[in-house]
Design a protein around this ligand. Sequence first.
Ligand code: PMP
Length: 378
Amino acid sequence: MTYLDNNATTQPTARVVEAMLPYLTECYFNASASTATFTGADKPRREAAAAMSKLLNAEEPDCFIFTSGATESNNWVFSSFARGRKAGRVLVSTIEHASVSEPAAELARAGFEVVEVPVDAQGVVRIDALRDALREDTALVSIMAANNETGVLEPIAEIGRLIRELCPAALFHTDATQAVGKILVDLQGDWQDVDLLSFSAHKFHGPKGIGGLYIRPGFEVEPMILGGGQEQGLRSGTTNTPALAGLASAASEARNLNSPAMCSLRDTFEARLQDEFPEAVIHSRGVPRLPSTSCFSLPGMLGEEMVGALAAAGIIVGTGAACSAGAIQSSKTLRAMEVAHEIAVAGLRVSLSRYSTMQELTEIIVQLKAIRQELPPE
Ligand code: PMP
């Protein structure tokens, strides 16, 4: 099987699996018990917090609250915000993942004023529109760091500065699920205006079902789950030690995942694709993107059908909307970029990991050509 759908999920590394195993076998003890320092069950959480803190240059390990992943973290940001409030102005971009856009829609139904900030034709949040939308009463802004479909990097530092300039009291959240472990994130540098940041370990070779929320020191978040008081009283439930051990290992291995080598692999692939399919539309090619992501359309070929045909040939890629199960619809991000419908429904997403090779990418082009030849003439 050739796997090129790494924006959906990645393979845990051998070291990650090895780091998790002891916490499923001999050290299965309760991390919150008073005996945890003796049993060693407190180690995974401590190491995960330290590794995340180092990876993102956070102020301290205590800034991290661990959750089941970015979906939970994103939902928590909105539910915490809504608690004890009846109204407020909230800004989100038009290309957010469903785990942000759905909670935002829920707030709108509850009477909050939710405004969607548009992106340009390349998928970059329009700073002029954001500037206009940032009224004095804006209380929450949630804009993703890297788009899951196109890989476009949003200008988080610039957005943060603008928010601080125009609405100093507004809360700035970024869903950094596709950015963490792939690009440099510096919470005390360029990203110093970010208050809350969501991430998931399985996007950077960690296990599934573990992620977290970074909370800037001094900022208060309402508890999400009440109970035994784990996670600083904010998210109760017995600590998931194997997953945290895996997260710790993945985070400490994660530096420079998206290396220049990966970038040149992706660029070579896109150049060859364009040679073979002159009609191919490669999305967001002109703006900063995750080096791991190539999103393109082959007009006349339906993205969903291509994904199926490639899978039958042993190659796994994504459509633009790989994370949403169910009915075929054109990609949300491509629609927000105002890509024509017939191009948007032809969208495919190839996403690389550190294990990807040029041979695998060449195989995709060969298979796409074969699939095209089998298509009935229009
Ligand atoms: N945000 C983005 C941008 C994502 O790509 C994903 C995963 N597809 C999520 C949030 C949700 O992550 P998880 O499924 O790990 O909760």
